[in-house]
Write a protein that binds this ligand. Structure first.
Ligand code: PEP
Ligand code: MN
Length: 339
């Protein structure tokens, strides 16, 4: 169950709510976020929750039986939207498009990407500076030097930055140069990293693990929320299956399911989701129709020369056509809305 307390309330051992829960043998965790003050406790079938609900310090009480609680739709029907500032909001009903290279490679590449995004009215740029690579001999990113350049050019042009953080130790130095921290598929269940990202006031996009279930992704999000940060995006980026005709199997089902089970915004990553350039546009469109709040795409001036993930990266020309198709679909989608 989730008990939402009055937000300025200070909980103490002899608070009426603590006394009541203790008397009924219910252990609880206190969660204080940017927006709310909650107690999360196991449901006890024989307890009358009206006894909790009528206490003056309690705003509301909800029965949530899922393994994940604060990220569940069961207590919060309204979609969560994430305000990045400068009128850039994710999850408010409009389609968010994030685009950029897999890896930040040079200042010239940043400038060229920023220009492409500005031309196309896109206000969030992706790009990795710390790259998780399957081979230790592959390019592993430009690190902080690259991030500072990335952020500077974006900030000068009103563009927000999303980039991957791989270790707890990187959060502090990256903090001022990032608008959305990305947790990569390989770190989806790095609980120490999730705990630490829960303690800052920046948006966090968590990618689904390569072999992760939907419930595991939601529990990863619960780590961030329960540490105090409600600014969470969920990302479907394809899972490993037996199929070898493409890199990953984009689980479009998961988009619909995540939208149903959670109030958090869902971002689709069709670039990694299918992993083959010529299919990315179709899978991106399918993701929008499945209910994604946004799409993150890998684009590069010359995809064949990209330092990483070139085979799934769109050229500026290909990406530009896709952005327009996605925007049109998003308009059309409202006619078919089921949620
Ligand atoms: C990426 O976004 O470039 C990336 C490495 O993604 P993932 O963690 O989904 O593989
Ligand atoms: Mn990539």
């Amino acid at each position: 169950m989730i008990i939402r307390l009055a937000s300025n309330y200070t909980l103490s051992e002899d608070s009426a709510i603590a006394t009541l829960l203790n008397k009924n043998g219910i252990g609880f965790s206190e969660v204080v976020t940017q927006y709310g003050h909650y107690l999360v406790a196991p449901l006890k079938g024989d307890m009358d929750i009206r006894l909790i609900g009528h206490l003056t310090e309690v705003d509301d009480v909800y029965r949530v039986s899922d393994a994940y609680k604060l990220v569940s739709r069961k207590w919060k029907l309204k979609n969560t939207s994430i305000d990045l500032g400068d009128n850039i909001v994710i999850g408010d009903g409009s389609l968010s498009i994030m685009a950029g290279p897999c890896s930040i490679e040079s200042e010239a590449q940043i400038e060229s990407t920023v220009k492409h995004l500005l031309d196309r009215g896109i206000s969030i740029m992706r790009g990795g500076v710390y790259k998780p690579r399957s081979s230790p001999y592959s390019f592993r990113g430009l690190g902080m030097e690259g991030l500072k350049l990335f952020y500077k050019h974006c900030q000068d042009n009103g563009i927000k930055v999303i980039t991957e953080v791989m270790m707890v130790e990187q959060i502090e130095e990256m903090h001022d140069y990032v608008d959305i921290f990305q947790v990569g598929a390989r770190n989806s269940q790095n609980f120490n990293l999730l705990d630490a990202l829960g303690k800052i006031d920046k948006a966090v996009m968590i990618k689904r693990g390569i072999s992760g279930t939907i419930e595991e992704l939601l529990q990863s999000a619960e780590y961030v929320f329960s540490n105090g940060n409600e600014k969470i995006l969920l990302c479907e980026r394809g899972i490993r299956s037996y199929e070898k005709a493409y890199r990953n199997t984009m689980d479009v089902n998961a988009i619909a399911v995540l939208k149903d089970r959670s109030h958090l915004p869902v971002i689709a990553d069709p670039s990694h989701g299918v992993g083959v350039r010529k299919y990315v546009d179709k899978i991106a469109m399918a993701s929008v129709m499945a209910g994604a709040d946004g799409v993150i795409l890998e684009v590069h001036e010359v995809p064949q020369k990209a330092f990483s993930d070139g085979a799934q990266t769109l050229s500026y020309g290909q990406a530009s056509v896709l952005y327009e198709k996605l925007r049109q679909l998003d308009q059309l989608k409202s006619q078919f809305a089921t949620l």
